[in-house]
Ligand binder design. Structure first.
Ligand code: AHM
Ligand code: MG
Length: 274
């Protein structure tokens, strides 16, 4: 039986405004996927506020999602990893939701033909200041791999959809769960072991226990692997050059934390719940 994303959202009583917003993200993802298959993979010659070189594709993906989100008429304000400041939705197109997103996470892997993704955290209201991850109403992640898949939660479980041959997202798994017991690890920022003895000891411990390594260098496919296999642990600690690590709370960690908790897993910054 084919159940489309739109139908699934409607049948599961996701309110219309949130449904329109999630459908706008799904639509944008199709354009982004097309752009990465056919477009320019080179550097744009600009950098984002974190000092990272931007690809033409980073900027294009950002522009695609900004346009799709604004045209959905469901957003009040947008924050993107690729933009220096938030952007207010123009008069006449405004809606209820503040959306924070990383339009193309892991884009440096695209020329190696590795999987990459897009990440969205959705809040009620018109500001991100002082907000907590647990206030998110919903989170959406798109994975561009051999297949294009979309994971979402509206705080009612985690569900996966696959883009089919006629460009529809079709339900593939509902109510995905992860088991806290795992023997798979995905160790980000391994270079931290040089200055962080605790990380070194954790890595040694998992290797000695015979844990299986699954690491691609893209947070989206690496964490998606945990949802698909029903187990796993992804880590990305800070180190000397970047004491707070690299992954951003608003654009990357908070949306994944909501999805992970909804699947029965945990997300921690090492001290507290993300
Ligand atoms: P990006 O948002 O600039 O793409 O950076 C985030 C990505 C994550 O997907 C991944 O976990 C991490 O960067 C890997 O970084 P590094 O290769 O520097 O360890
Ligand atoms: Mg990112």
């Amino acid at each position: 039986m084919h159940v489309s994303l739109n139908e699934y959202l409607r049948c599961n009583n996701v309110e219309n405004e949130l449904r329109h917003l999630i459908m706008a993200i799904a639509n944008g993802a199709k354009y982004v996927h097309h752009a990465m298959q056919t477009g320019d993979l080179g550097l744009a010659g600009t950098s984002n506020m974190y000092g990272e070189n931007q690809l033409t594709l980073d900027i294009l993906s950002n522009d695609i999602f900004v346009k799709e989100l604004q045209e959905s008429c469901q957003t009040s304000v947008l924050a993107s990893e690729e933009l220096d400041d938030v952007i207010k939705t123009p008069e006449g197109k405004q809606g209820r939701f503040a959306v924070a997103f990383d339009p193309l996470d892991g884009s440096s892997l695209v020329n190696a033909n590795f999987a990459i993704g897009s990440i969205f955290g959705i809040y009620e209201g018109d500001t991100f200041i002082g907000r907590r991850g647990e206030e998110q109403l919903a989170a959406v992640v798109v994975v561009y791999g051999p297949r294009v898949t979309l994971l979402y939660t509206t705080r009612d479980g985690v569900h996966e959809f696959i883009l089919n041959a006629v460009s529809e997202f079709i339900l593939s798994q509902e109510d995905i769960k992860v088991d806290p017991d795992t023997n798979i690890f995905s160790p980000g920022n391994m270079r931290a072991v040089a200055s962080d003895e605790k990380y070194l000891h954790v890595m040694e411990d998992w290797m000695k226990k015979g844990y299986k390594l699954r690491y691609s260098g893209g947070m989206v496919p690496d964490i998606n692997h945990i949802f698909m296999k029903g187990q796993g642990i992804f880590t990305y600690p800070g180190y000397q050059d970047a004491p707070n690590g690299k992954l951003r709370l608003l654009y990357e960690c908070a949306p994944f934390a909501l999805l992970m908790e909804e699947a029965g897993g945990r997300a921690s910054d090492g001290q507290i719940r993300i």
